[in-house]
Design a protein around this ligand. Structure first.
Ligand code: NAG
Ligand code: NAG
Ligand code: NAG
Ligand code: NAG
Ligand code: NAG
Ligand code: NAG
Length: 365
């Protein structure tokens, strides 16, 4: 009996050790948000454009930088997939949070050093529409054009994922514009099937990253997709023209992206350095279903004509830490935020669909 209970004790200590992996600092929450006005400035004052490839990202040793907050139902279970933007010399973050029944909402946080964030204690976007109930509002990506924030997110009704859009001038109050690619024709690549079938999936769309500068023809561009990467165009950022079938902008190429390609951070036109996400099928040294983050080079000057000019063969970020290897979904890093701030690049990503981490890289000289 004594032996058994001491074994139990050791097991309990082990468990406490595992729990202690979560950061000890209590979440910084606030009922007030710093005010953004039409005069608020975009980006870092010393912004330096990168050249391809943008390398050298290292995981911050203190990850995760944000964790679920048990005090708020809406963000009590999982907190991940952040987008980020610099306004008024502050890093603003929108992130996906889930409660215990896995309903997703979008939360807001801000930081003066890129690492320590204060969160607004209410969600800024939460399910209200039939296409968002019961799954919720997932995976935000935000840009700011002419003083208006444009956020793409996934509305999930439990059956279909639909890429939706919302606008705001202060990041707190959002107007929903509904699904923006209603008739899109996606495909599911059933790579576990020996015949490698591509099954059409009508009306399913996800992961829209808008480039915030208009092209020379006056149109804005968005890269989206949940199988291959496709491209849509718009003159007002609200109404989008998109292909229904046909060749994708970028198809699978590297071993780590053979199952799925999904877009990454929006906004950063950054000389064509485009960060995106991919899922592996198994071969090539990558675990089957592993999500990684990689990079390609877009040709901005003749952007409508894919494919990308170049791609890195290997990811710039892969799941390595315990939060990434074991999570709500195992073996996941998923990047939706990239900003240059105070002389560094900050890349924000979800860890195991459960926590939120950052990796930093020096600005290239
Ligand atoms: C924006 O700046 C202008 C000119 O400095 C000023 O008149 C106006 O009050 C400012 N607006 C806000 C909302 O701060
Ligand atoms: C900043 O965040 C890190 C990582 O979460 C944490 O270790 C540190 O205590 C925080 N610092 C402050 C001042 O809150
Ligand atoms: C999660 O949020 C949804 C939407 O607000 C709500 O209907 C549901 O009851 C919540 N789940 C839990 C376990 O509180
Ligand atoms: C932003 O302002 C520019 C210059 O006035 C204009 O050409 C462009 O269409 C505007 N974009 C949007 C999305 O309103
Ligand atoms: C916009 O997208 C539509 C649908 O894919 C396409 O037919 C059209 O050529 C695109 N327009 C431009 C200017 O690229
Ligand atoms: C921008 O660079 C200047 C010159 O190096 C420096 O003094 C200033 O602090 C920088 N500003 C920010 C916001 O990093």
């Amino acid at each position: 009996m004594i032996l058994k209970s001491s074994i139990l004790q050791v097991l309990l200590w082990g468990l406490q050790g595992a729990i202690a992996l979560s950061p000890r600092a209590p979440p910084q929450s606030s009922s007030r948000v710093p005010r953004i006005t039409p005069n608020s400035t975009n980006g870092d004052v010393n912004y330096t454009a990168p050249y391809f490839p943008l390398l050298g990202f290292e995981q911050y040793a203190g990850n995760p930088i944000l964790s679920p907050n048990p005090k708020h139902n809406w963000e009590s279970a999982y907190l991940y997939n952040p987008t980020a933007i610099v306004v008024d010399d502050t890093v603003w973050m929108l992130y996906r949070a889930q409660n215990k029944s896995k309903t997703s909402s979008v939360g807001l946080a801000w930081s003066k050093n890129g690492i320590n964030f204060t969160r607004y204690d209410k969600p800024v976007l939460y399910p209200t529409e039939p296409y968002e109930i019961p799954g919720g509002c997932e995976d935000p990506r935000v840009v700011r054009v002419n003083g208006t924030f444009y956020m793409t997110y996934t509305g999930y009704d439990g059956i279909a994922a639909r890429l939706c859009l919302a606008t705001s001038t202060d990041l707190v109050h959002w107007e929903k514009h509904g699904p923006i690619l209603p008739d899109t024709l996606d495909v599911v690549y059933d790579w576990q099937n020996p015949l490698n079938t591509y099954t059409p999936r009508k009306g399913w769309s996800k992961s829209g990253s808008i480039l915030n500068e208009a092209q020379s023809d006056g149109t804005y561009r968005m890269i989206y997709g949940d199988s291959f990467l496709y491209q849509a165009n718009s003159t007002d950022l609200i109404h989008w023209n998109y292909p229904q079938g046909g060749l994708p902008y970028a198809a699978h190429l590297n071993p780590w992206e053979q199952a799925i390609m999904e877009s990454g951070p929006p906004g950063n036109q950054d000389q064509g350095c485009y960060v995106y996400n991919g899922v592996a099928t198994g071969p090539g040294g990558y675990t089957s279903t592993q999500y990684s983050t990689g990079q390609m080079l877009l040709d901005i000057a003749r952007f409508p004509n894919g494919p990308p000019v170049a791609r890195l063969e290997t990811p710039i970020l892969q799941p390595t830490s315990v939060h990434e290897v074991t999570g709500q979904v195992d073996n996941v890093v998923f990047t939706e935020g990239l900003v240059q701030y105070h002389g560094k690049w900050f890349m924000y990503f979800g860890q195991g669909d459960a926590f939120l981490g950052v990796a930093t890289a020096p600005v290239q000289p």
